[in-house]
Design a protein around this ligand. Structure first.
Ligand SMILES: [Ca+2]
Ligand SMILES: [Ca+2]
Ligand SMILES: [Ca+2]
Length: 328
């Protein structure tokens, strides 16, 4: 899930220009406020988003919440380096991944699965970062955390001895259970569907880990590890899925042929029952990490589309899906 994020954020980039919205396609709006930011999720009431980002050039990415209009950024953590985060379904808590308690371990790289930060743990806290609870305590990569719809289970990815699998645990960090045990597949970026039982995720084959762009496929599996089902073809890059509230559709990012042969990540709407795909973005810049509001009508994504020429800094954007949904 993190393969492009920090690589794309590196460099002395200036983030979203003030007039970025004027440059955007109709229906797409920038969330201002960050120099760079990525991997954003709406709060349950849709008023705020949570992401990893920075407010000053050169700072590591930390977990923030911010209003959808860019108002009132709240820094949740200021130690180590953070990656994926999530709101709890009651809107009263935050989950995030961070290296904050392992300064003695190698920093690693969130965008290289051969060097993921093994000092990453997953945490829960209040909306202001207080009442912090550390949920994992080991020397493996634990990250990519999300919650079941009822908030009873937290889902995350763990990498042990280089091998990625999905895990779940109770909201208090107990009852850790391994969901997948597949040495040949590298799973991550997992989210519960609305049924509270089915998990949507992406995986690549271990033998393809060093290919660029990496072939990836979308899968579902029951949270007891049964009924593993591959949803998309393998060979192209089908990445970072996020479920729609109807339980039938999802959004994900996919590589199309781009300028000068470079990969162009675009966001796609997928009917998981029929396999029908509808492309939502059309821009030579990176568009990825798509997520949805709780009513499914607003897309939230990370893109370099408003960055200065030559920059690959990501920032946050929203798109109204009303025309798509009401036209179906
Ligand atoms: Ca860990
Ligand atoms: Ca695996
Ligand atoms: Ca694109």
């Amino acid at each position: 899930m993190l393969a492009v994020l920090l690589a794309a954020c590196a460099g002395p980039d200036r983030g979203v220009p003030e007039d970025a919205s004027a440059l955007l396609a109709p229906g797409i709006r920038a969330i201002p406020g960050f120099v760079s930011a990525a991997e954003a999720y709406f709060s349950p009431d849709g008023s705020r988003v949570i992401c990893n980002g920075n407010l000053e050039e050169g700072e590591p990415h930390h977990t923030f919440t911010i209003g959808v209009d860019g108002s009132r950024p709240v820094r949740v953590n200021d130690r180590g380096e953070d990656a994926c985060s999530f709101f709890t379904p009651d809107g009263k808590g935050i989950l995030y991944s961070s290296t904050r308690d392992h300064p003695e371990m190698p920093a690693g790289s969130w965008h290289d699965a051969n060097d993921y930060p093994q000092g990453s743990e997953v945490y829960a806290c209040d909306l202001d970062g207080g009442n912090l609870r550390r949920l994992t305590d080991n020397r493996w990569y634990d990250a990519e955390i999300s919650a079941s719809p009822d908030g009873e289970w937290y889902l995350f990815a763990r990498q042990e001895e280089g091998l990625l699998d999905l895990w779940r645990m109770r909201a208090d960090g107990t009852e850790e259970q391994k969901v997948t045990s597949t040495p040949e597949w590298q799973e991550g970026g997992a989210f519960y569907l609305p049924d509270g039982e089915t998990i949507l995720y992406r995986a690549w084959r271990l033998e393809d880990q060093n290919r660029q762009p990496k072939p990836m496929a979308l899968f579902t599996v029951k949270h007891d590890g049964t009924e593993m089902t591959q949803l998309t073809d393998y060979g192209s890059t089908n990445w970072s899925p996020y479920p729609a509230p109807d339980g039938v559709h999802c959004v994900f990012s996919k590589v199309y042929p781009g300028e000068k042969g470079r990969p162009n990540f675009e966001i796609v709407w997928l009917d998981m029952e029929t396999g029908h795909q509808t492309r939502l973005t059309n821009d030579p810049a990176f568009d990825g990490f798509p997520t949805l509001s709780s009513d499914g009508r607003t897309l939230l994504f990370s893109s370099s589309r408003a960055s200065p020429p030559g920059s690959r800094a990501l920032n946050l954007f929203v798109m109204d899906l009303g025309p798509l949904l009401d036209g179906e």
